[in-house]
Ligand binder design. Sequence first.
Ligand code: ADP
Length: 493
Amino acid sequence: MVAAPLLISPVRDVRVGAIGAFVPTVDAVILVGDLIVALLLFAQASVFRSRALSALASGYLCAALLRIPHALTFPGAFAADGLLGAGINSTASISLALRMALPLAIILYVWLRKKDSESPPETEPHARIAAWVFSATALAACITLLATIGHDLLPTFFADRSALIYSNTVWYQGVTFGISLVAALMLFRARQSLLDLWLLVAMAGWLCQSVMIVTLHERFTIGFYCLFGLLLISHLIVTFALLAESIRLYSRLATATAARNRERDARMMSMEAVTAAISHEVGQPLTGIILNAKSGLDLLERRRPEVAKAVESLRATIDAGHQAVAIMKSIRGVFAKDPAAATVFCLNDLVRETACSLNPELAGQRVSLEMDLDATLAPIEADRIQIQRVIFNLLTNAIESLAATSGRERRIEIRSAPLGHRLVLLEMSDTGVGIASSEMPQIFETFFTTKDTGTGLGLSLCRTIVEEHGGRLWASPREEHGATFHMELRSAA
Ligand code: ADP
């Protein structure tokens, strides 16, 4: 852009003939571009409650509106002497106003930005923007009236439709060059945004145009057409920069909204998980309570009440009640992320105890259980009830997987072993249906289940519990059939 005046200097005065549609076309393109810029700037001004952006947007609006009389009054575009009662100098006068509008708007923008930071505007943004729009439109209308009806009052730039009065042009272009230079320097010193940078680029274009204009002697030469080309570029640069910036902001907003929605869904999921976990874990002891209480009642209601057996049933009811309370506390511990009620205990003992409680199920499904528990295993420090839930869940899953097999041995193997520095490993293998490799990454996900009556919560809860204890839980396929679950926990200090 800066080199343009130099590059065209050898040929700038070569006449190429009048192209009637050229100036109106350039004006129409700049009009659309400047209106887009004004619209985007007004939108930003309303969001950021900025007087500075409103002033700049008004400058663009006024310049966009002046493009209409500029095109209509241009000699030879729509009529030989231009429309709207134009005189020889009408277009040049509007052009001079156009060249001053944006630099003056930029000076106002820089000055008001300082004011905005000192005292934010108090009036309602929409009312203020309406006032700016009205002022810009009124100013454009006044300039149009002055340049058309009052053209005799204005300075003369042209001797006829194409020949310039050089001395006047140099004088007035000198003034616009000075204003543009002041605007560019003020903006350069106060620059702080991407918009400022692109406005500076546009200002550089305007300064080059001022230099080019003083070297021109008449219309419809190569220099004249290049001048309009440069004008187009300096306007469209800001339009495209603002559009690109708006698209970038919009896509960032869309990404942020999607992330917020995902976060809300995840929160909803965890609420669902809490509810489902409660029904999953507490359902069993509650069923026990109902069955035991019912059988106690039956025993007492007989003609000859069997008090001893009824007492036994009621005791079992109380035990199931305690179990439900303990489970509730344990679930709360998992979801509320409370520090676990840790005690030091032997993992092997807990495995034996849990397996024993599942004896009826093991026998019912004809499952053999083999335990290879390392006697030298260091004790662990953990929430005993939570770790018991994990072992219980893993064993129940293994039994369910074995129940779905036929024609081969139904076996569960549990091994424990010390693992490196202060770690213990518990492995549980079964000869059940196994896990398809495509499902392996999903089995620990909340609500993933392949069972008709499954909740898909067991393994996700187990992993949460183990990880809350600083351990790891993962699965792998067993060599021949079935699956192996591995649990790594830290031993007590
Ligand atoms: P649920 O038991 O309610 O389905 P889980 O989270 O406990 O929920 O298990 C998720 C899924 O992981 C099960 O539906 C099953 O497909 C698979 N799975 C878990 N344990 C085993 C196992 N021992 N053998 C084969 N598949 C298993």
